[in-house]
Design a protein around this ligand. Sequence first.
Ligand code: C2E
Ligand code: CA
Ligand code: CA
Length: 393
Amino acid sequence: MNILLIDDEPFSLKLLQRQLRNAGFDRVFGFEYAREALAALQAEDARPDVIICDLQMPDLDGIEMLRHLAQAQFAGGLVLISGEDERVLQTAQRLAHAHQLHVLGALHKPVEPRRLTRLLEQHSSRVPSRNHNPRPSYDAGQVKRALQQNELINFYQPKVDVGRGTVSGVETLVRWLHPTDGLVGPDQFIATAEENGLIDALTKTVLQQALTQMKSWRETGMNFQVAVNISMDNLVNLEFPDWLADSARDAGVQASSLLLEVTESRLMRNRLLVLDILTRLRLKGISLSIDDFGTGFSSLAQLRDLPFDELKIDQSFVHGAWRDPSLRTFFDGSCNIGRQIGLKIVAEGVEDQSDWQFLREVDCDLAQGYFIARPMPAEQLPDWISDWSRHPN
Ligand code: C2E
Ligand code: CA
Ligand code: CA
């Protein structure tokens, strides 16, 4: 197993290196400077299986390092170490998860060698030690071709009413049925679409498919609200509200059965334009949801200024909130704010029985997550609904 160790204190670096070697890990590469470690990481042939990273470093701090690792699509294990208090380590760990890095654990300085080697041993028994394939990433040309070839398909994930246990709607989550790579998730192509002027075409494809699907669900008596994710970059086109209202009418779908989930992944460039478009969507009867609340730019200013109906508390504040007091504080705070301005509250990321139980005890309207159902193709939904209504959790 290749281990890359980054610690700006030469003594502590040497000590850890020696301890790891004594424990039988002989390919340990130590770096005092994070930038040098990053450069080594770029060298394709020497991809480490594990990176052990001190959070305090003078040239590039550990949090910046996480961002760079995510950009480099580092797929190995990560161990964080810090001399700071527990909250800093916890926050860094959450951040790493949010970047989809695979965190093996977080350790305090001075590091207890036994705890570190235990983490590494657990990891090496799980993961084949060579060659972590980075996730494929796609360029604009490939995404454009996927759109032209109709390779994007919608999956749907149920949203259920926490109090009654009934299915209140579904969220549309796009997938790319790639001819050679299989099912590719949106995290691997939405950003490319946004950055290359393809997001309008993508959103329209997803919406059209959803509308057609809604029509056929209605014909079999399934009436529920369907949510579609839209990007802030869709909200710069003044024609969008009319296009959507017309398309819904053509499909025989009521505007009120549509909900748009808006995430803000970067700063809004033209607030007035966005406000204009969102308000007109709202006036046409389409509901609006503020997605990923509590993260990125989805914040209080957005809630104050934009006409939302629903607030989705980000999964990072939901899963495990029952046992983590600081998550619980953020969760309760978001609920209270949403309630006070009359919004429906949705919790996403309900991953296990404890999360579900927690939601039943707090003031939350809807829940969504793997514990209830994973996103699925449209044709699986009727069976899932009848199963669920027989045995709701
Ligand atoms: P999102 O809107 O926050 O959607 C929720 C994501 O969490 C989905 O990932 C879903 O599969 C996943 N998820 C659901 N339940 C759980 C759970 O219990 N635990 C965990 N850990 N995850 C859960 P997915 O499908 O990979 O989508 C990722 C993001 O891509 C979405 O995040 C959304 O921002 C974006 N996206 C998806 N479809 C579209 C689209 O049609 N247009 C745009 N603009 N963005 C889209
Ligand atoms: Ca969403
Ligand atoms: Ca989310």
